[in-house]
Design a binder for this molecule. Sequence first.
Ligand code: OMP
Length: 235
Amino acid sequence: MRGRSTRLIVALDTKDTAQAVNWRQATAAHAGAVKLGLEFTYASGLEAVRAVAGDSPLFLDLKLHDIPNTVASAIGSLAGVRPAMLTIHASGGRAMIAAARAAVDATFPAQARPLLLGVTVLTSMDEAGLHEIGVPGSVKAQVIRLGRLAMEAGADGLVCSPHEITPLRQALGEDPVLVVPGIRPAGSAAGDQKRIMTPAQARAAGADWIVVGRPITRAADPAAAAAAIAAELAA
Ligand SMILES: O=C(O)c1cc(=O)[nH]c(=O)n1[C@@H]1O[C@H](COP(=O)(O)O)[C@@H](O)[C@H]1O
């Protein structure tokens, strides 16, 4: 049994600042962090990101994937945003991940340094989708391959589906912070997600954080939906 608890990150996926603030406030009592990603950042910019996050720890999910110099320079542009977590695609390769590591260390003071998370295989992908882009073998093998690479190159943690938590722990131990989207409370629609589990299942597998968007933000009562998930994590 792992000694860590599993905490909730609410994905505030919207273009609208007022909507994002509403969702943050409605769910703040039940969430350990908020996530702002591509949709909000492209629509509203980094200043709005900072404003929406307020006092909540911020997972800034920009999923950087470019040549090492560009990724490092982009991270350098985030100094004023003060994220608690940042994402890069692990498939960008060792040199890109190492450049991101160096840029995080150079950009943020030690006491305010975001966790650098490597996205392994998107939770919307299944094995057929992986084969289609030229990656043979299983999703699990590819997640472990990318997870190992990211951690060797300096990442602090990984984004993976709940199905890969146990295999990643077996392969890489307790060090990686595992941030886990692809979460669906029993009875909620999967939508575009392929590799899913319930909050309780992800917790039992050993997720450090679960990321939940639409099951909360598209619920009739987002506060109640977040409360129910938090209760499931605490049970
Ligand atoms: O990096 C992520 O957060 C992420 C990685 C991944 O593999 N799958 C994934 O769904 N996400 C994000 O997690 C959130 C999931 O949202 P819902 O599917 O609405 O719960 C979205 O904001 C995605 O961008």
